[in-house]
Design a protein around this ligand. Structure first.
Ligand code: ZN
Length: 150
C-alpha cells in the first residue's frame, strides 16, 4: 500500500483492529519514509453479485467485461491503458459500495457513462450509443447535443 502523502511503498502496520463484528479489519499504518500515519480498511469482497440484464436475464458481475466495454469506447482516443484500468477499478468499487445482491445493468451503464464523460467526451458518446441501443433514440440525440454544447 503506497503512502498517500509521498507514495512510498515502505509502509508499516502499527496496529490492527477487528471491526464490523469480525467482518472487517482496520489497520493503522505509518510511512517509514515520511512518517505520515494513515488508516486502511479491509473488508470481505462483495464482488459476487448478479447483474440483472435489460431482457430479464441474470449473469454474474464481471469486472473484465466492464473494462472491455470502456476500452472499446476509448479506442484510438487519448486515454491510456492505465486510466482505463483505473476507471474499471473505481466503477467496481462504486458498484460494490451499493451493497446490492442484484444490480440492473442500466445502473452500471449510467455509472460507467458518468466516468467516461469526465475522461473523454467522444468515448462517452460511443459508450452511450452502445449502452442505449435499446432505449429511446432521443436519448442518443441528447448525448450528441450535450457534446456539441460542451
Ligand atoms: Zn510517506
Amino acid at each position: 500500500m503506497l503512502c498517500p502523502k509521498c507514495r512510498s511503498p515502505k509502509g508499516q502496520v502499527m496496529d490492527s483492529r477487528v471491526a464490523k463484528k469480525g467482518f472487517a479489519v482496520r489497520r493503522r499504518r505509518v510511512c517509514r519514509k515520511c512518517g505520515y500515519r494513515f488508516t486502511t480498511h479491509e473488508e470481505i469482497c462483495a464482488e459476487n453479485f448478479t447483474v440483472l440484464k435489460r431482457d430479464g436475464r441474470r449473469e454474474p458481475f464481471a469486472r473484465a467485461k466492464l473494462e472491455q466495454g470502456i476500452r472499446r469506447a476509448c479506442a484510438k482516443r487519448p486515454v491510456t491503458e492505465e486510466r482505463i484500468a483505473l476507471m474499471a477499478e473505481a466503477l467496481a468499487a462504486e458498484i460494490e459500495a451499493l451493497r446490492l445482491a442484484e444490480i440492473p445493468s442500466r445502473v452500471i451503464g449510467e455509472k460507467a457513462l458518468a466516468r467516461l464523460r469526465v475522461e473523454d467526451q467522444v468515448a462517452a458518446v460511443r459508450y452511450a450509443s452502445v449502452f442505449r441501443r435499446f432505449m429511446q433514440p432521443e436519448d442518443f440525440d441528447a448525448e450528441t447535443a450535450s457534446l456539441r454544447a460542451g
